[in-house]
Design a protein around this ligand. Sequence first.
Ligand code: AMP
Length: 314
Amino acid sequence: MSLLVIGSVAFDAIETPFGKTDKIIGGAATFIGLSASYSVKPVKLVAVVGEDFPQSDILLLEEHGVDVEGLQVKQGEKSFFWSGKYSRDLNSRETLVTELNVLADFDPIIPDSYQDCKYLMLGNLAPQVQRLVIQRLVNRPKLIVMDTMNFWMDIALEELIATIEMVDVLSINDEEARQLSGEYSLVKAAKKIMAMGPKFLIIKKGEHGALLFHKNKVFYAPALPLEEVFDPTGAGDTFAGGFIGHLAATDDISFENMKRAVIHGSAMASFCVEKFGTERLLNLTAEEVEAREALFAELVKVVPAAALANVPAV
Ligand code: AMP
């Protein structure tokens, strides 16, 4: 099933307690596209970079099944640049630099060959640009998933709320859910946010997993306790790419299948954090992905005590 992804394609410079990178390839749509490509191909990309973006990195995306017809390369301009520094426990990060560059006046042009898309992933970008993409599609996709961040809550709240109203699934982290709703309890926050429009809400809690809300139902997926966490950058986007990739591949948007999509997204994100940037997402095998999903299933498999009480003793 065809999947269209928009979001930033960027240069990132990252500092973690384990090291520091110069400018490496990053961006929300990069992580989403690579992650989703393990479930569906092609992943149709709408994004913009400057002339400084290496052709070799564009080729790398293509090699992984990302269709770059919708990737604009702006001559004489610079790519989006983001830099962040993580705390010692990797649970919080400080944004050091956000240079919008080409993103400042990004006009998302949708190639005709993308118009048939059934699944739309709005990766992190200005909410007005995310909305333009929905408006420029002739037919509304079967499912629209949106990711965003506190940066847009701080500077474009009205635009953000107008875009949230139009999507089916919103994916944000716990801090952002609290900021957007003004509620500390995540259950109350979820109710308020779903009342803004989305029928489903995913609240990501970093190393504590993710929650999926729908009406009065809630599903929890843990994060895998990993021995080595190297760089959390892109984990949220990788999660989102895995989530929508699974839904697009199975073409089933029931709550039950969304639970499986959350597990798959969590498995993909657990790979992402093992190396700097996109490195770990470049060479995964289907067997590695399957084995990781099985570890997640094992992590939460238990027969409740009450059920055991009904089993006759032997
Ligand atoms: P995550 O760690 O999942 O929140 O995503 C990190 C990625 O988001 C990095 O690769 C950045 O390039 C990208 N990013 C950071 N800030 C923004 C922003 N304001 N708009 C779009 N992308 C961003």
